[in-house]
Design a protein around this ligand. Structure first.
Ligand SMILES: C[S@@+](CC[C@H](N)C(=O)[O-])C[C@H]1O[C@@H](n2cnc3c(N)ncnc32)[C@H](O)[C@@H]1O
Length: 302
């Protein structure tokens, strides 16, 4: 078993999707394969799975982990907008279930070289797909102070966004912004040191930059737009989100898209035990919706 990333709300995800041996499923955020493996197990002996991730390292890890399932699984590197093309590649017109467990995996967070955390100095990268796009350092250099403040406010509701943006830009101009720890220092200069029992003062800034670098909300919108036409009649979509901006988008889409019916009005959250054992689960919210049957062509003409 690959225990580098503990999947959140695993039982709830499998209960919602209810994988079947004649089904075909897509895991759009395969990560380290926890949810993917559970879908393959629950749909044994013949259920099929498309496992996708935009991160090349995750793709390699999940390919290894799921190799024993042979041709029941196809692992591809890609982002949400690539799902339609990926479905064609695996010969699926529709999926019986699609899951997306948003955000970062533990190995992404813990590897200082990826630039997502400030526990140790790492490059200011933050890209999930390191083969393309701007790094956090590029983004900070390109944006002016007001634009940077806008990102901190919009993506993390950072109340001190202007002062923090000023401090970051000043550090950059003075040649003092090379590592993640430098970025944290620029935030601490404004907000003061970490206080016990509180989240680290730099957490919100890192969250906002990561969302911007990876265009996470645009990605989620692309997924939301694609989902109804990716799902077979009666097929189920599960999205697990970790902050309110994402959860709001999922909630609105699942509530108002007439092609989808919410499985439960309130999001599912982790039980106390899971929260204790897996701190990532503390902020996880799971929403699930079922594809409403498409109108029969003859019926629609009558
Ligand atoms: C929380 S982890 C998923 C963990 C996985 N469910 C497991 O059990 O191991 C999120 C994963 O989604 C990937 N990801 C995030 N946004 C993505 C997107 N727009 N397209 C494809 N993959 C994405 C990340 O690279 C990361 O590997």
């Amino acid at each position: 078993m690959d225990d580098r990333h503990q999947p959140v709300l695993l039982r709830e995800t499998i209960d919602a999707i209810a994988p079947q041996p004649d089904g075909i499923y897509a895991d759009a955020t395969a990560g380290y394969g926890g949810h993917s493996e559970a879908i393959l197990e629950a749909s044994a002996p013949s259920g099929r799975l498309l496992a996708m991730d935009r991160d090349a390292e995750a793709v390699e890890a999940v390919r290894k982990r799921l190799a024993a399932y042979g041709d029941r699984v196809t692992v591809l590197q890609g982002e949400f907008a690539d799902l339609t093309r990926a479905a064609e590649r695996v010969g699926a017109e529709f999926f019986d279930g699609v899951i997306a467990d948003l955000g970062l995996s533990s190995p992404q967070l813990e590897d200082a070289q990826r630039g997502f955390s400030f526990a140790e100095p790492g490059p200011l990268d933050m890209r999930m797909d390191r083969s393309q796009g701007e790094t956090a350092a590029d983004l900070i250099a390109r944006l002016d102070e007001a634009e940077l403040a806008g990102i901190l406010y919009r993506f993390a509701q950072e109340r001190h966004s202007r002062a923090i943006a000023r401090s970051i830009k000043r550090a950059l101009q003075q040649g003092r912004l090379t590592h993640t720890t430098d970025l944290r220092r620029a935030v601490v200069r404004v907000l003061g040191p970490h206080r016990r029992g509180r989240i680290d003062p730099a957490t919100r800034t890192f969250q906002a930059l990561r969302i911007a670098v990876n265009r996470e909300l645009d990605q989620l919108q692309a997924l939301i737009d694609l989902l109804p036409e990716l799902l077979a009649d009666g097929g189920v979509a599960v999205i697990i989100s970790f902050h309110s901006l994402e959860d709001r988008m999922v909630k609105q889409a699942f509530l108002h898209d007439r092609r989808l019916a919410l499985l439960q009005r309130k999001p599912l959250t982790a039980c106390e035990r899971e929260k204790r054992e897996n701190p990532r689960a503390r902020s996880a919210k799971l929403r699930a919706a079922r594809r409403v049957a498409r109108a029969d062509a003859t019926e629609a003409r009558l």
